[in-house]
Design a protein around this ligand. Sequence first.
Ligand code: GDP
Ligand code: CA
Length: 333
Amino acid sequence: MQSIVVLAGGVGGAKFVGGLVGELARRHPDASDRPAVKVIVNTGDDMWLTGLRVCPDLDSIMYALAGVNDAERGWGRAGESSRVSGELAAYGVGWPWFTLGDLDLGTHIARTALLRDGLTLTEATARLGARWHAGAGLPATLLPMSDDPVETHVRVTIDGDDALLHFEEWWVRLRAGIPAREFVQVGVESARPTPEVLAAVAAADLVLLAPSNPVVSIGTILGVPGMREALAAAPAPIVGVSPIIAGAAVRGMADSCLAAIGVETSALGVAGHYGARSTGGVLDAWLVAEEDAAAVPQVHALGIRSAAVPLWMRDAATSTALAGAALDAAGRQ
Ligand code: GDP
Ligand code: CA
């Protein structure tokens, strides 16, 4: 095996990719025969904020792989301060409920500078990743799903009126407390997967769907025109990992996203939503939690191979074990 592609959102994706990189280093101590990992990352949460291009999911994964993420808080950089945000708030600029730390702002300024110099988001992402680990770079290549801007907006009703909010406003400010009526991927019609993404999928020996939000992370990636076709044609097996354990989103509010699109919050519900590749979907295999072992035969009945394994990623050990289970599931193909 030479090349592994992962589709991922932010925090769930970061934990899974971190585990995968750790497991591959364990299985292949010699770096020269270690499979390369390429992560196709959701950019639907991206936005312009205080004049800067902010890419939450790319940054969650970059910080985690660089070892500088705030694991306790679950997002952003460890050891952050917020002096600049304090100034922005005093000027009344930006979103006061979406604090950007000082170190984090350094990332957004650097990205925006690179984009204004004419780099694509893919090129800018590579430049940002190159500085970590004393210039050795990240242990995985991060590929934005598209270089074309796509922004997930959420249709809600506020005081009887129809409103379309940026996903982060609904998610972070409103804590998904108002029911979503619809998710709209603004700009998606004219977006395309990048050449790097298409080449990675075509050349992969294994494609993994991280246990990321099925609607606004993986769903957004799959919504880019051409992406489903690329996966359908991929020679590699496609193995997904359930983000739902025992009928609940592990952390966060993925259930409110699933409810909005009429999908049951269960490992089986998400498997059915992704569908078997043999019937026009994207999955060849689906890992469910041990708590959901009863769903294994039902997933099989959908035409998707399935196994029940420990799905909680509590620390490095449980994350690498889950990645190992995903590698083994592919091996049983
Ligand atoms: P976001 O972009 O930061 O929201 O992160 P993702 O979309 O990558 O992942 C969010 C999802 O990860 C949540 O909906 C959870 O269901 C899932 N998740 C978080 N922690 C775990 C875990 O330990 N195990 C599993 N299986 N899923 C998890
Ligand atoms: Ca996200």
